[in-house]
Design a protein around this ligand. Structure first.
Ligand SMILES: [Ca+2]
Length: 606
């Protein structure tokens, strides 16, 4: 068997999930990303929404529950940020994967994570007997957000858009955009919506074909709005979904995803074709392809372990080759924990060469620029630095300086492409390290000093986002012992990773770091008059200049009019809304400022 010497562009993805409270350590995240990159994979889907919690710092979740992340996490950890740093350091694309989708709580024998439910019990779906508990394998109970409810949909969309604003993600993937089972959709809101359209109550028969179809259709506008909302804040973020395959997912969970991809509400779809038996895989692969207009948008999910059976290396290779033979441009492997024993075989066969991610410009993920303290061509330093070799630093040891006299160390680097970069330093968490190491960053328009507690973590530590012009041997950072607090200052490597976040968010990051950020920065007032006949005034306040979006939505959560989409100055703002052409009824208006969203209702009476 021969394999191509130079690989075509191909997305080779893997899902990075974990079980229960076993959140990977920073060292495990780093070594996993190293291994995946070494094995010539190029995309990692990292879990950010599971067990009833976000695994990043979420202002949306905090506003609702008082918690910004899983409270079991060690203080200061931001799993998505760590995944991005370690993944991008290796040139891997990172997709934020909202694994739980509408399943917004999690309970098993030992934990009961009901924070979203406790904040909004009225947002949750019901079975016919009124129960809100939906059981899954392994003694797990989920409560699911009501799929049709605008507030619930907006919550999920807000979680995704804040990630697209605040993190340099390459993509966002939704999962569990489906019903938990067929006995679902019997909450008051969904019943009223069905009655308004059909003139009767939903069928009691959960298998009723028309009722299945109707419930499936309700998810189409949600996916449309999710897609448009993510693209509005960050058009470079790829939006994907990992649904169950036809016809199983449709027949058992009302998941009808072909319209999502065929109508342009997704960039990529990864149906979960988890089979260790080849004929089943081939049969279901072709069944999915028949549903999709543009096969290039299908990156099938394939499994190492399915139904307690482990796939043979030969079958795994055949599945990947079959996907290529069908003309598809990628695949995603479930999942990283079971993959390592197969990596040598894959690298010797189908992953011999590295592959570019399809559709991305060559400069999308530039190689990490790392300057170690021992790189003589890029380090200029004063006398008095000593070698610290007790605790390993990045690539060997590092230097330290005491407080006697002025000691400084300058980092230089070659910047081949002008642009925005995330700037990091490596910190070894030395017990004698200063809590106030002054890093002076030289950027266009002046310098910026960032103080780092070098006795806080053993990892890359981000100083901030900075714009650097093109040029060889530029002085970027100076570290010194200036006014450190009586201990030692440690000098290890610095790292630059190019960032593809839109400039508007990078500038606001800089403002935040400059201390102009205040926590409560905006307010949305009640419209006046309300109810109204054709025209009403919407007003809001900003405490500082910010990028603002103000939209009017129908009760399905669809944006029917975008009123404001621009940077606006601080102060009071009034916007007149003219409802000409709209029917009487209840409408929502939504103010989005950065990652935060406020919504109110208004009533149009003709
Ligand atoms: Ca070092």
């Amino acid at each position: 068997m021969r394999f191509a010497a130079s690989a075509e562009p191909e997305a080779r993805g893997v899902w990075f999930a974990w079980a229960g409270a076993n959140v990977p350590t920073r060292a495990q995240i780093a070594s996993t990303m190293d291994l995946l990159a070494r094995s010539n994979l190029n995309v990692v889907y990292v879990d950010v929404w599971r067990f009833g919690y976000p695994y990043y710092r979420s202002a949306v979740f905090q506003q609702m529950t008082g918690l910004s992340s899983d409270p079991r996490l060690e203080s200061g950890r931001d799993i998505l940020a760590e995944m991005i740093t370690e993944g991008h350091r290796n040139g891997l694309e990172i997709y934020a994967w909202f694994e739980a989708g509408f399943a917004a709580t999690y309970s098993d024998g030992s934990v009961s994570n009901l924070d979203v439910y406790n904040a909004h019990p009225d947002w949750f779906a019901r079975q016919q007997n009124g129960s809100q508990n939906f059981t899954a394998d392994g003694g797990i109970t989920y409560r699911w957000l009501t799929h049709t409810l605008p507030e619930a949909q907006q919550f999920l969309i807000a979680l995704c858009t804040e990630v697209a604003c605040n993190y340099d993600v390459d993509g966002i993937e939704l999962d569990r955009v489906r019903y938990p089972e067929l006995d679902c959709g019997y909450d008051d809101y969904t019943k009223a919506l069905y009655r308004a359209e059909k003139g009767s109550d939903p069928p009691i028969n959960i298998y009723d074909p028309g009722w299945k179809q109707w419930r499936g259709e309700q998810l189409v506008p949600f996916m449309a709005q999710l897609y448009d909302s993510i693209k509005a804040v960050n058009p470079h973020v790829i939006v994907s979904n990992a649904p169950l395959p036809y016809t199983w997912g449709y027949e058992n969970f009302c998941q009808d995803w072909a319209p999502w991809i065929n109508r342009g509400h997704l960039d990529i779809v990864s149906p979960q074709l988890y089979y260790t038996y080849l004929p089943s895989f081939l049969f279901d692969l072709d069944r999915q392809l028949a549903k999709v207009d543009d096969d290039a948008k299908i990156h099938p999910g394939i499994a190492i372990v399915a139904n307690d059976q482990t796939i043979t290396p030969g079958n795994l290779i055949t599945e990947i080759e079959t996907i290529r033979q069908r003309g598809l441009q990628g695949h995603v492997i479930w999942y990283h924990n079971t993959l390592p024993p197969f990596l040598d075989t894959l690298k010797a066969t189908v992953y011999q060469e590295t592959a570019a991610v399809p559709g991305r410009p060559a400069t999308w993920r530039l190689p990490a620029i790392i300057v170690n303290e021992t790189d003589a061509d890029y380090i200029v330093k004063s006398e008095g630095w000593k070698v610290q070799s007790t605790i390993p630093g990045y690539s060997g040891a590092n230097f330290y300086a005491d407080t006697a006299g002025y000691k400084w160390l300058d980092y230089y680097a070659d910047i081949a492409y002008a642009g925005w970069y995330e700037l990091y330093i490596f910190s070894i968490n030395q017990i004698y390290a200063t809590t106030r190491a002054p890093y002076v960053v030289y950027q266009q328009g002046g310098s910026d000093t960032v103080y780092v507690n070098q006795h806080a973590r053993y990892a890359w530590h981000k100083l901030g986002d900075y714009y650097f012009p093109e040029g060889t041997r530029q002085k970027l950072v100076q570290l010194s012992n200036y006014q450190i607090d009586g201990r030692y200052v440690f000098a290890d490597a610095i790292m630059l990773l190019n960032t593809n976040r839109p400039e508007k968010f990078l500038l606001s990051t800089k403002q935040k770091r400059a201390g102009t950020h205040s926590p409560q920065t905006f307010a949305l007032r009640s419209n006046f008059p309300n109810p109204f006949n054709s025209r009403t005034c919407l007003s809001f306040e900003l405490s500082r200049e910010q990028y603002v979006e103000l939209s009017v939505l129908n009760l399905r959560g669809q944006v029917i009019k975008s009123l404001v989409r621009q940077v606006m100055p601080s102060g009071q703002h009034r916007v007149l809304f003219n409802a000409d052409g709209l029917a009487s009824g209840i409408y929502l208006y939504r103010l989005q400022v950065g990652e935060n969203i406020l919504m109110r209702k208004m009533v149009l009476l003709r």
